[in-house]
Design a protein around this ligand. Structure first.
Ligand code: PLP
Length: 209
């Protein structure tokens, strides 16, 4: 597949769900890809936010292309917070201490990235905020001064009905909390995610094969 084909499938899923065209944005996940490959497979087709999952790799690429829009979507370790300086949106915030460290670093940077709270998906997966804690974590993260724009979830490796339930549950929670952004959908499941209301679709592999 190529980026234009992925965009077509996103647009088709929006239309099928009765959603406005463009209401689900593509975040091109570029982890593991060098800048030449990103140029060829992504930027040749237009401007898209680029999603990175490893902090050092993000720092190295963003240093070379600071004019691009960089997102971070991997696990955020304390000693890597300093590499988040070029990032406009962190999709994977899951602990209050991460927000505190980001907010503190942002003082010296003069600007802060916005964040999404990653929701735990009920699988034996270690990342994400427990749904029971979501409201309280949201309050604490907001208290640091960061802007929380929405939720992120990763689908479990499961049958379609279960994936759909995880996406719909995340959409309902975001709606209940008054959060407008929903980061969900990867190469294997993004049409389902768009059907459930995703506004940020994180596709990697499909753009580069
Ligand atoms: C790698 C990654 C993606 C992209 O996954 P693909 O299967 O390559 O489309 C999306 N989100 C996160 C958090 C990732 O780590």
């Amino acid at each position: 597949m190529s980026l234009p084909e992925v965009l077509d499938r996103i647009r088709a899923a929006e239309a099928a769900a009765g959603r406005p065209s463009g209401s689900a944005r593509l975040v091109a996940v570029t982890k593991g890809q060098d800048l030449a490959s990103i140029e060829q497979h992504v930027l040749a087709h237009g401007e898209f936010p680029l999603g990175e999952g490893r902090a050092q790799e993000l720092r190295d690429k963003a240093a070379q292309r600071p004019e691009l829009e960089w997102h971070f979507l991997g696990p955020l370790q304390r000693n890597k917070v300093k590499y988040m300086r070029p990032v406009t949106l962190v999709h994977s915030l899951e602990e209050v201490w991460q927000a505190e460290a980001l907010a503190q670093a942002a003082h010296t940077w003069g600007r802060a990235p916005d964040v999404l709270l990653q929701l735990h998906n009920g699988e034996a997966q270690k990342h994400g905020v427990d749904p029971e804690q979501l409201r309280s974590v949201l309050q604490h993260v907001r208290a640091t001064g960061l802007t929380v724009r929405g939720l992120m979830v990763m689908a479990p490796e499961a049958e379609e009905a279960q994936v759909r339930r995880v996406f719909e549950d995340a959409a309902r929670r975001a709606h209940d909390l008054g959060l407008s952004e929903l980061s969900m959908g990867m190469s294997g499941d993004y049409p389902l995610a768009v059907a459930a209301g995703s506004t940020l679709v994180r596709v990697g592999r499909s753009l580069f094969t």
